[in-house]
Design a protein around this ligand. Structure first.
Ligand SMILES: [Ca+2]
Length: 281
């Protein structure tokens, strides 16, 4: 048995080594196009303003509806859906999820709030005006991020796929695979539709992607490496492990909200002390 196990281990290591080598080869050709896809453009931006954000909020979804900020937060026993007064960071209306729910993204379409759950296989519906629960819909996969265009909801599940679904039923209309010049782009998380493009946080990566919804190609990338450390006016020591200067990996960028009327863009992250208004250059 041990010999067999060792053989399997060696085979697995060889396979891993092969994958790593293949990955390096792919990285080495990063300046070239693959399958006709251009390398994403670097999209510059500047910080315009910052506002307080609840440092206990494990942000999973962030959106603006009729000028009101709505946020969905995750973690078991701590998940909730709430409206925020952006100027003060105060929660103006809150609904707590059940203890066994790990909530994820949120979007509002036709005055109905759609709140995802990570692995509960349900999408929770609320009346937008007062967050009164009005039912739920089954969702077979994981739920990560959600936004919408003029007619349909768009859902991410942590893979490279985006699911375009009917708002009333979640019936699948289209699956879009997202890719850049290096291939498939996975870990797609919080989403936001901005001027006809889908913007996405990518879990474990410090940037926001700008995705063309007609092709699935990443056409732009906003670099947020060390963004919180460089721009926060707050004491970040609560996010740092003793003896380090970097924030813990859990406190990642994961909130994109766009106000189409004011043409203002806001971003935040899990446990971040601030919401930042940014302007794309
Ligand atoms: Ca959003």
């Amino acid at each position: 048995m041990n010999t067999l196990r060792n053989s399997i281990t060696i085979a697995a290591l060889l396979l891993l080594y092969g994958c790593a080598e293949s990955s390096q080869q792919t990285d080495a050709s990063s300046n070239q196009t693959q399958e006709g896809i251009q390398e994403p453009a670097s999209v510059g931006f500047s910080v315009v303003n910052s506002y307080p954000h609840d440092t206990a909020a494990f942000t999973q979804g962030f959106e603006i509806h009729d000028g009101k900020f709505i946020e969905s937060t995750g973690l078991l026993k701590r998940s909730s859906l709430h409206y925020i007064d952006i100027k003060t960071g105060t929660v103006t209306l809150r609904v707590n999820n059940q203890n066994d729910v790990f909530a994820e993204g949120v979007t509002i379409f036709n005055d109905t709030v759609y709140q995802l759950s990570w692995q509960n296989h349900l999408v929770f519906l609320y009346r937008a005006s007062d967050l009164k629960p009005i039912g739920n819909l089954p969702w077979t996969g994981e739920g990560w991020g959600i936004t919408h265009d003029s007619t349909q909801l768009i859902i991410s599940e942590g893979s490279e796929k985006l699911y375009f679904v009917d708002p009333g039923t979640l019936k699948l209309r289209k699956v879009l695979s997202v890719s850049d010049n290096l291939g498939a782009v996975n870990n797609l998380n919080e989403l936001e539709m901005i001027d006809g493009f889908i913007y996405a946080n990518r879990w474990q990566y410090d940037y926001i992607l700008k995705i063309d919804p007609s092709s699935g190609h990443v056409v732009g990338r906003l670099n947020f490496q060390d963004f919180l450390e460089r721009n926060s006016k707050k004491d970040l020591s609560y996010l740092k492990k003793e003896g380090t200067i970097a924030v813990e990996s859990g406190a990642v960028l994961n909130g994109i909200a766009y106000d189409p009327k004011e043409k203002k863009l806001y971003i935040t992250g899990k446990l971040w002390p601030e919401v930042f208004e940014i302007r794309i250059n």
